[in-house]
Design a protein. Structure first.
Length: 182
């Protein structure tokens, strides 16, 4: 009888320990410095929506803060095969044209409970060097035309969306759209 009570008494402790470990998220410090949650979204009729995220130093970073650069805002998902196929071209273009005032901002649309960890692992695996933000429904609503993945918005230095690109594009097609704006 004593053994039975001891064993039964241990069950709640074991269950509590198991439950505590379920769904545990990696601490924010374990995330790549270029992965962040979208904090706010400001919709505007005349320019690209402004959005903010936490920078690596812990301060808020605004999309508007880097106005003057041509930017490709690329909505994608870790489960999207065309997004994975397009990714190496985006990485290379972001590196090739950075010194000419071009940047890519990736917007991960994954919505699973572990999306932050999933996206962080994806960024590490594919060595994505540019900023990645985790989207919100508010952000997708502000950009309006996010219906399929990938969808990209080419934004000029004044913050105006000059082209909406739905679906995968080749590197040459992307360069053809980007270089005249640089």
């Amino acid at each position: 009888m004593i053994i039975r009570r001891t064993a039964l008494g241990a069950i709640p402790i074991l269950l509590a320990a198991l439950i505590a470990g379920c769904g545990e998220q990696k601490p924010v410090s374990d995330l790549p410095s270029n992965v962040a949650q979208v904090l706010t979204v400001t919709d505007r009729a005349d320019r690209v929506p402004d959005f903010t995220w936490k920078g690596p130093d812990g301060g808020d970073v605004s999309f508007d803060r880097v106005r003057g650069k041509v930017t490709l805002v690329n909505f994608w998902a870790t489960w999207c095969a065309p997004c994975k196929k397009e990714l190496p071209d985006l990485v290379e273009l972001s590196r090739q044209y950075a010194d000419r005032g071009f940047r890519v901002v990736g917007v991960a649309t994954d919505r699973t409970p572990n999306a932050t960890e999933l996206v962080a692992d994806f960024v590490r695996k594919y060595s994505i060097p540019y900023q990645i933000v985790l989207s919100t429904q508010e952000m997708e609503d502000a950009f309006e035309n996010v219906r399929m993945m990938p969808t990209s918005f080419l934004v000029d230095g004044d913050g105006k969306i000059v082209q909406t690109i739905v679906g995968i594009r080749t590197r040459a097609q992307l360069e053809e759209a980007i270089t005249p704006l640089l």
